[in-house]
Design a protein around this ligand. Sequence first.
Ligand code: ADP
Ligand code: ADP
Length: 229
Amino acid sequence: MAFIEFQDVRKVYHMGSVDVTAVDGMTFSVEKGELCVIVGPSGAGKTTVLNMLGGMDKPTSGVIRLGDRVVSDMDDRQLTYYRRLDIGFVFQFYNLVQNLTAVENVELAAQICPDPLPAAEVLERVGLGHRLDNFPAQLSGGEQQRVAIARAIAKNPQLLLCDEPTGALDYQTGKQILELLQDTCHETGQPVCIVTHNLAFTQIADRVIHVREGRASKIEVNSHPASAA
Ligand code: ADP
Ligand code: ADP
């Protein structure tokens, strides 16, 4: 069995008398150590997939597994722990705590986890060893996103989930962030799933899941991207 499994997952939102089917029978899998990019146009259902994988939303039907855990069977309390301990999140707009330094932001997130990595070491790994005591407002957008990635990595999670992680960055900075996520994934073996509408991301992916109208319309597996360099 693969590390991540989505089996015929559906998500229907009830909006008064109208049903909106956001995800309509989605099936895919991701192996450990893979960088997976979920790509598709706006409204295709990508964020809903990410939210269900991250335990922020529950499927209407179908099965979602991570390792030996069945996420789709978890109750609210289990999902809360799952989000806090097992998943590292990276968002488009960094979501750093403004009155904490870089190293404090990373420590804050990791401290509730059972097996956290040292904050300063992780910041060094993402290229911010010289920025430990800076506040977010003193950092560029790319640097803030590196802090956010360090914060996610330091939890030592089962999985990193990134929603449009370069959406607020210029092309060159965004490219460096993607390379950082790729290195992280291949060095630690932690799978990384990135949601984006940007097809340029598919070049660095080990697996590309194209989403259209709530379904996986095409899945591409790139066999040896890690050794391609
Ligand atoms: P994407 O991330 O690909 O842009 P989304 O997963 O955000 O797509 O949305 C897929 C569809 O589900 C869209 O039609 C959207 O309007 C709808 N949708 C998403 N979240 C909700 C919600 N909380 N309530 C109602 N409809 C939603
Ligand atoms: P809880 O408050 O019960 O821990 P949340 O869903 O609010 O549940 O947060 C769980 C984890 O998800 C947090 O550790 C946080 O890192 C992440 N998270 C979820 N949504 C956001 C968001 N919009 N901005 C920043 N982090 C978020």
